[in-house]
Design a protein around this ligand. Structure first.
Ligand code: NIG
Ligand code: FE
Length: 424
């Protein structure tokens, strides 16, 4: 991807989210704000951040593309650290069933749910999936996302799992957004393996994982550790193998039933444990002790009409909490960051500051990239978003509406709402 030289000046606030590792507990309230600030990006990398008069004394404006951010707020690009963005087919029908009271796991038991998307993904060509992926990434970009994680898991066989990962590889090359790839081959039990879950795990370990590793198709390995899907024992077996092969770990943990997924994530030193709606007190303590990021997905709880994960309890007990969309065709068909912000602040009792931390530096930490993205710090990628109001406090206040005006990725302007609408 191209790298740019850009100087963004006169911002009424720069919310730096400064830091190179996850923020835990009370630290999540520290946003590192600079009033009347400017940012300089050279060759795609942040070169300087300071008050505007100091920056303009030090740098020659002639040498940069200049963007005036008077009366606006600058934030790091959002990091959406948990999505399932590559899939074929949709499940609008199932959404209606859920509205009339059928439960998510009930639909899955009847052969719908994830297995339905597996069918659609098998049928779709690689080109079709790339096209769909591009469109979805464009939408994420409009919400200020500059890095997104994407999982496989709608294949459950060798060809389709690899196809999904190749699609993400292609998208990462073609699209300005960065994609972090996760192998989720153990996302559901395919029909032919019902009752033989251990054999399916063997298949994943012996046949698919080595190819994923050999071709460097994914950085993370993940599993849906859940009652009637994969047990803690099966999850441990797969994840240990992946770890041995040098992959980093994530777990869909304690989403519907309290199974001990959080404890397992801590035991295996996963980078993140995700969902956690039912995580036990001990599980939360273990995550905090072992420095595993607790990635919460309020859009899913909202869409499934479940209780939200205990964000307040987790933060008050020293966890690093990240927030992500969980964008997927079943449990949460939304890439809307404003929705996540509204749910986190209004329904999970997170402060505005914690919510922003959870979508920036802690999102980066959930992808093990806190040294590279997630904050406006010298040396990090020039991934910056200009929001259309003079303070970050407007971000949750403008409920459910995106405040994003411009997105800069690697120092290049990749999205500018002012080209379509009048900006004040
Ligand atoms: O994170 N929980 C398991 N996996 C996804 C849902 C995938 C689907 O329903 O297609 C999730 O919610
Ligand atoms: Fe998920």
């Amino acid at each position: 991807m191209k790298k740019g030289n850009i100087l963004i000046k006169n911002a009424s606030e720069i919310v730096t989210c400064s830091g190179f590792k996850a923020k835990v507990g009370k630290e999540m309230n520290e946003l590192g704000i600079i009033k009347d600030g400017s940012v300089v990006i050279e060759d795609g990398i942040i070169k300087a951040i300071d008050e505007t008069d100091k920056i303009l004394k030090e740098f020659d404006e002639e040498e940069f593309e200049i963007v005036d951010a008077s009366n606006k707020t600058i934030l790091p690009g959002f990091v959406d650290s948990h999505t399932h963005l590559v899939f074929g087919g949709y499940r609008a029908e199932e959404y209606n069933w859920r509205l009339s009271g059928m439960e998510y796991m009930e639909i899955m038991k009847r052969g719908g749910g994830i297995i339905n998307s597996v069918k659609g993904t098998k049928e779709a060509s690689k080109d079709e999936l790339v096209k769909l992926g591009r469109k979805r990434l464009d939408s994420m970009m409009s919400f200020g996302v500059t890095t997104v994680e994407g999982k496989s898991g709608y294949g459950l066989d060798y060809e389709t799992e690899i196809k999904q990962l190749e699609v993400m590889q292609q998208l990462d090359k073609d699209h300005p957004l960065d994609i972090v790839k996760t192998f989720l081959g153990a996302h559901a039990v395919p029909k032919e393996y019902k009752g033989r879950e251990d054999e399916f795990i063997d298949f994943i370990i012996e046949k698919v994982l080595p190819e994923v590793k050999k071709r460097n198709l994914a950085e993370f390995c993940d599993i849906f550790c859940e009652k009637n899907v994969f047990s803690v024992e099966q999850s441990r077996r797969l994840l240990l193998k992946a770890k041995e092969m040098g992959m980093k770990l994530k777990i869909h943990a304690d989403e519907i039933v309290q199974l001990g997924g959080a404890e397992l994530a801590a035991e295996l030193r996963a980078i993140s444990a995700d969902h956690l709606l039912q995580a036990s007190d001990k599980g939360v303590k273990d995550l905090a002790d072992k420095g595993v990021v607790a990635t919460l997905l309020p859009g899913t709880a909202f869409s499934l009409k479940e209780e939200y994960a205990r964000a307040r309890y987790m933060i008050d007990n020293g966890c690093a909490v990240a927030l992500a969309t969980d964008f997927n065709p079943g449990s949460c068909f939304t890439e809307s960051i404003p929705l996540i912000i509204a749910l986190a602040t209004l329904h999970m009792n997170m402060t505005t500051e914690e919510t922003i931390t959870a979508l920036t530096i802690n999102g980066a930490a959930a992808l093990d990239r806190a040294d590279e993205i997630g904050s406006i710090d010298i040396g990090k990628k020039g991934d910056i978003v200009i929001h259309e109001f003079p303070s970050y406090k407007f971000i949750p206040y403008h409920i459910g509406v995106s405040t994003v005006e411009k997105v800069v990725k690697d120092g290049i302007m990749i999205y500018d709402k002012c080209k379509m609408f009048e900006c004040l």
